[in-house]
Design a protein around this ligand. Structure first.
Ligand code: SAM
Length: 247
């Protein structure tokens, strides 16, 4: 059932679980509600236990360390795409991986696999930082499910993780002359798609060879060379459109 509430007016929080008819919220979420957002008795909020549903509660009492919420209603959140889009993305310089995770979350990506390839400059990234970016972006964009951000893997492991995808988009800038276009590979009824985007320095010939040997052909994202963060975000957006998810 569609929401009867003005979603933009209601603050959204991810919680471990919801309880009926009332529940207490403590810790950081309490602080955020009471001190940052200055919520008051009578305010309505949405709680998301990451199950795809929105649970509407009303704040009924505050004390120094908790707020008591009273259950009103719950309904399916309709922002989740039907398509399971996973993005395998090289770690990037500075805060660009975080930026990409934020944008991919807004676009409805379900899983993000950071990896280290031959030309990846960074040798580590705090997965907590990336998960926080996905969490915050999910709240901001109205999702009821936070995309999963996995621990960083090696590029060599990527080809072994692609079973079960209907389509694999191995984005390679060298593919313009001979490679496939996104429109050739993404079909409207695809349910599981993987997009693979390399680091600032691109993929090495050996890495392209590994993908080809495993049966994954490279796909072009156009004539111009995009920065890695642009390639991941623009690639995900076009895939969503081609799969019929851009409404
Ligand atoms: N090797 C390149 C260089 O230094 O000139 C650039 C790599 S590009 C900045 C980073 C990643 O974005 C690539 O590994 C690829 O996955 C993706 N990418 C960028 N532009 C692309 C395009 N036109 N077609 C396909 N993939 C692209």
């Amino acid at each position: 059932m569609a929401s009867v509430y003005d979603e933009k007016e209601l603050r959204r929080f991810f919680v471990d679980k919801t309880e009926k008819p009332t529940m207490r919220v403590t810790g950081n979420e309490y602080k955020h509600l009471a001190e940052v957002l200055r919520a008051r008795v009578g305010d309505k909020i949405i709680l998301c236990p990451n199950d795809g549903r929105d649970y509407v509660y009303e704040a009924v009492a505050f004390d120094k360390s908790s707020v008591t919420l009273s259950y009103i209603d719950d309904y399916e959140n309709d922002t989740e795409p039907r398509l399971n889009l996973s993005v395998f993305l090289s770690l990037l310089k500075g805060d660009k991986t975080e930026f990409a995770v934020q944008k991919l979350t807004e676009l409805g990506v379900k899983k993000i696999f950071p990896f280290i390839g031959e030309y990846t400059v960074r040798n580590s990234e705090k997965s907590d930082r990336l998960r926080r970016a996905a969490h915050e972006a999910s709240k901001q964009c109205g999702r009821a499910i936070i995309p999963e951000v996995f621990e960083t893997i090696k590029f060599a492991d990527v080809p072994h993780m692609l079973d079960g995808y209907d389509t694999v988009v191995f984005a390679y800038e060298g593919a313009y002359a001979t490679g496939k276009r996104l429109g050739d590979v993404v079909r409207k009824n695809d349910k599981n798609i993987a997009l693979i985007v390399g680091p600032e320095g691109g993929f090495s010939e050996a890495e392209v060879g590994i993908m080809t040997d495993n049966g994954y052909t490279s796909v072009t994202l156009g004539k111009r060379i995009l920065r890695a963060e642009t390639a991941s975000v623009a690639g995900a957006a076009v895939i969503m459109q081609l799969a019929g998810e851009w409404e």
